[in-house]
Design a protein around this ligand. Structure first.
Ligand SMILES: [Cu+2]
Length: 162
């Protein structure tokens, strides 16, 4: 007897796995954003990268180039920057409108925070004991976006063929 063996070879389709590489084009939001305002803190001064900023979301980077802890307190006031009410060698935060702050941090470090500051005139101070009196204050003006033309316009990307 002849046994005919029929081999059914199942065709295994050698499908090379297709790797769909989705290039996630990181457009827009995300890391590495540059601050809108840089506050450089030293012993004993505060220097800003801009005197006026548009209202709305504001990313502030504070850099401590001093030798001790510093902070940045945002006080909304029309008082002269060196005439805030002082009690016990500190600005009395109960007597002024403190809008926000970057809490104290070490020498040589930096801190970045995002604020949403209402328009107005601000005095930025460091309120570590005695630092205000030693000169850690400066003025920041927050303007209505319409006044500065600070609106963000979204222009369609225009492709020009040569
Ligand atoms: Cu300070």
């Amino acid at each position: 007897m002849r046994t005919v063996q029929i081999r059914k070879v199942m065709g295994t389709a050698g499908l090379a796995g297709l790797l769909a590489v989705v290039a996630a084009a990181g457009s827009g939001c995300g890391g590495g954003e540059s601050p809108d305002l840089v506050a450089t803190l030293a012993d004993y001064s505060i220097a800003l990268s801009a005197a006026t900023v548009p209202a709305g979301e504001l990313t502030v980077k504070a850099v401590n180039k001093g030798t001790t802890v510093h902070e940045v307190v945002f006080v909304r006031t029309d008082l002269p920057e060196d005439k805030l009410p002082v009690v016990d060698n500190k600005v009395d935060e109960d007597q002024v409108e403190v809008v926000d702050e970057i809490e104290e941090f070490s020498a040589g470090k930096s801190r970045t925070a995002t604020f949403d500051l209402p328009p107005g005139r601000y005095v930025l101070i460091c309120n570590i004991t005695a630092h205000y009196g030693l000169g850690m204050h400066t003025v920041l003006t927050v303007e209505q976006a319409s006044a500065t033309g600070g609106r963000r316009r979204q222009l369609p990307g225009r492709l020009r063929e040569p």
